[in-house]
Design a protein around this ligand. Sequence first.
Ligand code: ADP
Ligand code: MG
Ligand code: MG
Length: 245
Amino acid sequence: TPVVQMRGITIEFPGVRALDGVDLRLFPGEVHALMGENGAGKSTLIKALTGVYSIDAGQVLLDGEQVHLKDPGAAQAAGISTVYQEVNLCANLSVAENVMLGHEVRRGPFVDWRATRRAAREQLARLSLDVDPRSLLESHTIAVQQLVAIARAMVADAKVLILDEPTSSLDRAEVDELFRVVRQLRDSGVAVLFVSHFMDQVYAISDRMTVLRNGKLVEERLTRDLPRRDLISLMIGRSGDELAG
Ligand code: ADP
Ligand code: MG
Ligand code: MG
């Protein structure tokens, strides 16, 4: 059964219906790619799922129960975490402090920093990330900072991890490392929602795809059953034959 079910999601802005009755199903242990041309509604759907936008019509179910994600804190508390392209961590804190922010190990009223660092080290080890927890976040590349952001999401026990254009500024080796971590999370049962414009990456990492066009759902299918040519036709709303002609 899906961990997330969005049904009939409609969101309107003045003069534009950004989403028109869209459904989305996210399954545990799957990487789900959200596809569509610029303006199709991908970011709006993600913002509905993370409590940034309120929905005008439709329902969101988590583990089969209807929920109201009234703000980003509510989505976070429900186990839905987002890692953005621009990492929203604290550059001048250590890696350990970033991973454990809000989850510090306490002894009475005091933070036990040694235990907190140990917990951070365990989290990093769980994802096989070779990062010194005492180092400053800002001493690391954007790619490593993203991995730290993922480790932080997993401290909060995310059931759903949303990656919105995570690879835009990464080099080849950094993408490989990110995908290694994504596969490890998927194999541990996390539902990963992945948005990217890079077709090769989407086919390499995703198990399932949802395709949006002009705010509407046009397809949901297993990635292996959706050839690239068909995906492109669905995204732009024209057949391959028309394209060739
Ligand atoms: P995508 O992420 O697929 O590129 P978006 O979800 O960003 O698409 O946008 C979908 C549509 O909604 C576009 O027409 C966009 O201009 C519009 N839109 C998105 N956010 C807003 C907003 N905050 N205010 C007004 N219109 C918006
Ligand atoms: Mg856009
Ligand atoms: Mg977008």
